[in-house]
Ligand binder design. Structure first.
Ligand code: FES
Ligand code: FES
Length: 152
């Protein structure tokens, strides 16, 4: 099937198998390897991207659902070489160890900010409950998102 969609402000038209997943389209067809695959079952959140302003697990989205949408991946966060505030605060807070979960964390937080620029700590924790991290214990991640929210 043919699908047309936008990723990080760029238009794409691709011929794809209908059952290919968004995570595979991004990584294998568009070479946007910032989006990671962990569980492949919608449990870990490493594959999170923003689709039409909502955070989605790209391992659970099929090609047919992608047609006509607008996607933002972690590569789309920086603008003209300038990191997004969230990325800067994650670095400052040391909210990254292995970094495998980080793209998904950033995209969930970015989707939250699109709905609510100044979320409470509880709202941050609630929104990011679907993103697992085995390294940082979550405190630094939550603090990094809080710091970015304060500067919104
Ligand atoms: S790889 Fe998609 S949720 Fe784990
Ligand atoms: S930094 Fe390693 S899983 Fe989160």
């Amino acid at each position: 099937m043919k699908i047309s969609f936008k990723v990080n402000d760029k238009d794409y038209s691709l011929d794809v198998e209908p059952n290919i997943r968004l995570v595979d389209i991004l990584r294998d067809r568009l070479n946007l390897t910032g989006t990671k695959e962990g569980c492949g079952e919608g449990e870990c959140g490493t594959c999170t991207v923003i689709m039409d302003k909502y955070a989605v697990h790209s391992c659970l989205v099929l090609a047919s659902q992608v047609d006509g949408t607008e996607i933002i991946t972690v590569e789309g966060l920086q603008k003209e070489g300038q990191l997004d505030k969230l990325q800067e605060e994650f670095i400052k807070r040391g909210a990254i160890q292995c970094g495998f979960c980080t793209p998904g964390m950033l995209m969930s937080a970015k989707a939250l900010f699109m709905k609510k620029p100044n979320p409470t700590v509880e709202e941050i924790k609630h929104e990011m409950a679907g993103n697992m991290c085995r390294c940082t214990g979550y405190e630094k991640i939550t603090e990094g998102v809080q710091d970015a929210a304060e500067s919104n």
